[in-house]
Design a binder for this molecule. Sequence first.
Ligand code: TXA
Ligand code: MG
Length: 339
Amino acid sequence: MTVLIDPSDEAQIEFVLEQLLADSPIGMPTETVYGLAARALSPVALARIFELKARPTFDPLIVHVENLEQALSRGLIEKPSSLQERLAHKFWPGPLTILFQKTALVPDLCTASMPFVALRSPEHPVFQKIMKALGEPLAAPSANRFKSISPTDAQAVVQELGPYGLVAVVEGGTAQRGIESTVVKVLSEAKLEIVRQGALSREELASFLGSSVEIVVRQSGSGVEISHDAPGQSEVHYAPQKPLYLLQENELSSFVQTQASSGAALLEVFPQKEELKWDGLRVCLSENRSWAEAASRLFSELRRLDQNVEIKCIVAIACEEESLGAAIMDRLCRAAQKR
Ligand code: TXA
Ligand code: MG
């Protein structure tokens, strides 16, 4: 049985620290999604994360740090470039993960033997509190089984990993962002690559960086499962158990005619511009067209539809790929891939 930890109870936090010190992974809240955290510099702890998630070891883990200074003083990374430093100082703590040249201290298991380690400082006060008390960086992938939907509340973590022996999850409310961090790689002082779209939009990065830094987005889900340093971007990911069809708005009426729509649930990001006839269950992620609200509800609504016994399949309508719509579409496309 997975224990639910109350973070305001010091004795329970003490138990969490003991477990982490004993290399046992713990479910912990972040502002993006819940993570499965364990000591980043312990190969045994890392191996347990991979085992609990049934995650292949070619998919590297994000290491969570208090701040850039801790990463440097603990000797995790080589000297950062000025752009890496500016990004960390501007967006940490927050939903931006930055790749850095790693040192030999970081186990190869953490980075899938690649020379870069992905670092971020999470904004959630409970995560920060536990990390500070431990005084060590924590590796933490999303706390779901491999390819499954990322959990955005403690209950979802228990559902995902409880059956496989997760010891405890720390309660931290609903993840405010609801979608994973944006992962970036600094290619030069004038070029930044978005390796994974996420909770920090390209537009927000661009408005900070100005026109002197070009931002390129790595085409993911392109069929190349693992390229040298674009691991973990497998085509099928974030997937519900039920079939998910991703349609353009104008494809919907012919879909409704050709498929028996009974048992299909409609998932729309924003309300459709045209009046739409739909007899079944219909979920709109944000009635007042807020990207932040839509992103924060995406995974929890997918999970709810997946668990609703009356629903046979999910029909999602594509949204604009602007702002957080880019990350939402990335997740929907992967969820829709045939397995
Ligand atoms: O918001 C988040 O980032 C959450 C919370 C818990 O922090 N974590 C998360 O971790 O989403 P995970 O393991 O589900 O996704 C990590 C992804 C990898 O699949 C890969 O795409 C990228 O981050 N990544 C990690 N380390 C990398 C590395 N060394 N080089 C390139 N990409 C890396
Ligand atoms: Mg994940």
